[in-house]
Design a protein around this ligand. Structure first.
Ligand code: BTN
Length: 261
């Protein structure tokens, strides 16, 4: 093996080391630097890229998160990964896609690092009280229906001051970026199968860090709800202070923990 192929740095050769011999390597594209793997995957989707196309980057200059936020994506700081899928699912399955992807990603993290992250509904993964991974699911409708699932995982990132309280890294293990990228490729490739089977839900509830907590909706200043559970369609079941139930299923709503008093 060439010396550079043995390096721990994220690379196509490095990722392929952890995929089966017969894996179709044409499916994976590696970018040392890109604006956003989700933006590029959406662009390729409009040009007819096939189901299972994977884009992995070592750095993003315009990484995007949910609700218009940016995702900090420095070089050597993690994995920036997108997969383009063409599932036969409906619009209302969007929240299920993201929830199921959270489990596929958490399983991948566990397989590589031995730690199982906690899930903050609907798309953030936490370890030791800090966000270590975010997932952004986006739809492309023309010329044909496609879904892009984007995953950003923090590994050995050095965060700017304003992120240090909230963002963290996964525990380091040898060659983790290449191993994680390979695990993500394998697990997210069978996302549709996982959703149809539906057995990810019990795990999703078990590892939720929201159930049993008080939360506030960022879009509704001053709101305060008790998070009772997660429904069969992955919706968050909340109860307001008058005991009135409310179910959240939109990915456009963000929650924050509220005081438990
Ligand atoms: C979030 O925290 O709200 C979701 C963050 C998703 C970040 C990933 S990194 C790879 C892909 N490309 C992007 O621009 N965003 C996703």
């Amino acid at each position: 093996m060439m010396e550079d192929q043995m390096s721990d740095e994220l690379s196509l050769a490095g990722i392929l080391r952890y995929l089966p011999e017969d894996f179709d390597r044409q499916r994976i594209q590696f970018f040392p630097l890109i604006d956003s793997t989700n933006t590029e995957a959406k662009r390729q989707a409009t040009e007819g890229a096939p189901d299972g196309t994977v884009l992995v980057a070592a750095q993003q200059t315009a990484g995007r998160g949910r609700v218009g936020r940016s995702f900090y994506s420095p070089r050597f700081g993690g994995i920036y990964f997108s997969i383009l899928l063409r599932p036969k699912l409906l619009m209302q399955d969007m929240v299920r896609i993201t929830a199921c992807a959270s489990i596929a990603v958490a399983d991948a993290i566990f397989a590589v690092t031995g730690v199982y992250p906690q899930i903050k509904w609907v798309n953030d993964l936490y370890f030791s009280g800090k966000k270590v991974c975010g997932i952004l699911t986006e739809l492309v409708s023309a010329p044909s229906h496609a879904v892009v699932v984007g995953v950003g995982v923090n590994c050995s990132a050095v965060f700017p001051k304003e992120l240090q309280e909230i963002a963290g890294n996964l525990p380091e293990v040898e060659d983790m970026k290449n191993r994680l990228a390979a695990e993500l490729t394998m697990r997210l490739s069978s996302l549709e199968e996982m959703i149809v089977k539906g057995d990810f839900l019990s795990k999703y509830r078990k590892h939720s860090m929201v159930i049993g907590q008080y939360v506030t909706l960022l879009q509704e200043e001053g709101s305060r709800y008790f998070a009772k559970g997660i429904g069969d369609n992955c919706e968050l079941i909340l109860e307001d202070e008058n005991g009135q139930e409310r179910r959240l299923s939109t990915g456009e709503i963000s929650i924050r923990f509220a005081a438990n008093d």
